[in-house]
Design a binder for this molecule. Structure first.
Ligand code: MN3
Length: 244
């Protein structure tokens, strides 16, 4: 680092300063002692700036690269000497935390939960908001009265999470929807449920633009949802093929 050419040094300065503000995450992102598998981060399906209507590009980059990236590295590190568990798809692993040895259970819970939660989170954004269509729209009306009530109940739940956590909509094989909140990186997958959609209300998800104003973030978030992707998740849940 010290002998990096000046031009590269300047290019890297922003990322580096952000990384230095989060030393643990920077170590994880840098790889260090973390094995490269079995789990990996899917490429972000859009540019960091694609959610600018609600989430700035810098937050997206830090969130994807350091927070989610660090969790994938942490999960792989925890599973390094546990071949049978390492062979499980991550959604199955989350459903079997009770069978994970106690020495690595907290690491698998936090990092594995973070991995499934963020994988879902990136997938359902990158859109232009609007209204859900078809069967999903009907399910929302059936289970939440109407879209406005659905959004308002979801936002109230998300705003009410104490400290760091998530608000989720779960979906069962019959297509029934339910509102669930979790602390930390816990996921409904840990309760044997499937997740239709969810919003990350950890401060790292919104603090650069919104500071303490979480309610402005949760209100704006709907502008970047991709309802086609969420509709596809709904169909997959009913078909039994939805993973994370
Ligand atoms: Mn997050």
């Amino acid at each position: 680092m010290m002998f990096m050419p000046r031009r590269r040094l300047l290019q890297g300065a922003l990322s580096l300063s952000a990384a230095l503000a989060m030393p643990g995450l920077a170590r994880a992102q840098a790889g260090g002692d973390a094995p490269s598998g079995p789990h990996s981060q899917a490429p972000l399906p859009y540019a960091f700036g694609a959610n600018e209507a609600a989430i700035d590009a810098r937050t997206m980059e830090l969130h994807y690269r350091f927070h989610h990236g660090g969790q994938v590295a942490g999960l792989n590190r925890a599973l390094r000497d546990h071949g049978q568990l390492a062979a499980l798809p991550v959604d199955e692993l989350m459903g079997k935390l009770g069978e994970v040895p106690e020495a690595i259970r907290t690491a698998v819970r936090n990092n594995g939960g973070g991995h499934v939660n963020h994988t879902m989170f990136w997938e359902i954004m990158g859109g232009a908001g609007g209204d859900p269509q078809g069967e999903l729209a009907e399910a929302i009306t059936r289970d939440f009265t109407d879209l406005a009530t659905f959004r308002s109940r979801f936002n109230s739940a998300a705003n009410g999470v104490f400290g760091s956590g998530w608000a989720f909509i779960t979906v069962n094989r019959e297509g029934r929807l339910a509102l669930v909140t979790k602390g930390g990186q816990d996921s409904p997958l840990m309760d044997g449920q499937r997740v239709l959609m969810g919003n990350d209300v950890w401060e790292h998800a919104y603090y650069l633009r919104y500071q303490n104003r979480r309610a402005e973030y949760t209100e704006g978030w709907w502008k970047v949802l991709d309802w086609q992707k969420i509709g596809a998740r709904y169909a997959a849940a009913k078909a039994g093929t939805l993973r994370v």
